[in-house]
Write a protein of this length. Structure first.
Lengths: 162, 162
């Protein structure tokens, strides 16, 4: 068994001298699948999210407004919230926020409403690697799907390695 | 344009190239924490100083979607003394990050009307939001396309909150 670092009381702890693992451009291959990321969508999430931009009445935070806005009396999650889920999805897969913050891109089309009560899973696959000037890009085909396997958002993400 | 606060701005009122408003923002750790919380993203890099200090960033940074929290398109509209007249439905979003945003940064965001068109008798409009730091470097950019419906927003009456 691998030797673990221990405290004076014998408690095994993480070795902070070891480097943190993160994906590198060379380790990523075209065809690789990204680690799925699942999120349960609740009305509470939509309401809390709406507060940051002063939304207290739209179909994202009020069921009656949702009926008038979307035609269904269920609050719809904000598109930006669904879009935002691609960040933990990418950062978890890359094990680093660096290729996402320095030149990252999320190009996402919304193809179906996401309602509170849905379980959304973000998935993706590497489709291209390219080098431009001093930057290396990894492009992924990505999508988010509900618990019935219906795609709700589709597009591409780009991670940039320098 | 105060009249747009009263009656709401319609798709027909906007022209490609219009600057809606400018927002100046001094970034605090609380802003970053609130952004992460509103997206239900528990990555400690965005709010735990001790964790962030030991990371490759050596301090707290803002998440990729920070623009969506502080520089939301409806906030730009509000700063421009406008509100949208009709319900809109998100169609497509492209978010790009070029440089990290940290506490203490002084950001300037501008929102423009980037594109307008009609497809299958449906009206689409794309906003372009650009965020620059105090050195004039672009730190993030977003294109946000929505379908503008003909259904007018009805603000809730006081009674609906009782």
């Amino acid at each position: 068994m691998e030797k673990r670092k221990e405290t004076q009381y014998g408690t095994k702890i993480a070795d902070e001298d070891k480097p943190v693992l993160k994906l590198t451009y060379d380790e990523i291959k075209v065809g690789d699948e990204l680690s799925p990321f699942t999120r349960y969508m609740t009305m509470d999430m939509a309401i809390k999210h709406g507060r940051i931009y002063g939304d207290f009445y739209s179909g994202h935070v009020d069921k009656e407004s949702a009926r008038k806005q979307f035609g269904v009396a269920k609050t719809a999650m904000q598109g930006a919230f669904v879009h935002g889920g691609f960040t933990p999805f990418m950062v978890n897969w890359l094990r680093s926020a660096r290729p996402w913050i320095y030149g990252g891109k999320a190009d996402i089309k919304f193809v179906m409403a996401v309602n509170s009560g849905n379980t959304i899973t973000y998935r993706g696959k590497v489709i291209e690697k390219k080098v431009e000037a001093d930057k290396k890009y990894v492009i992924c085909d990505v999508w988010a799907e509900n618990e019935r396997g219906e795609k709700v958002a589709v597009g591409t993400t780009t991670a940039c390695f320098q | 344009m105060p009249e747009y606060q009263e009656r709401g701005v319609a798709w027909e009122d906007l022209n490609v190239g219009d600057v809606i408003s400018t927002i100046h923002w001094f970034v605090t750790p609380d802003d970053i924490k609130m952004a992460a919380e509103s997206f239900f993203d528990d990555n400690p890099l965005y709010f735990d100083y001790d964790f962030a200090k030991q990371s490759e960033w050596e301090g707290i940074i803002a998440p990729f979607y920070f623009l969506d929290a502080t520089f939301r398109w409806v906030v730009f509209l509000s700063r421009g003394k406008m509100r949208h007249k009709n319900h809109t439905i998100n169609a497509h979003g492209i978010l790009e990050s070029f440089l990290p945003i940290r506490p203490g940064d002084r950001l300037v965001g501008k929102m423009f009307v980037d594109e307008k068109y009609i497809k299958r008798e449906r009206k689409f409009l794309t906003w372009r939001m650009e965020i620059r730091n105090e050195d004039g470097e672009m730190v993030a950019r977003k294109f946000w396309r929505s379908l503008w419906t003909d259904r007018e927003i009805e603000f809730p009456k006081k009674e609906s909150y009782r």
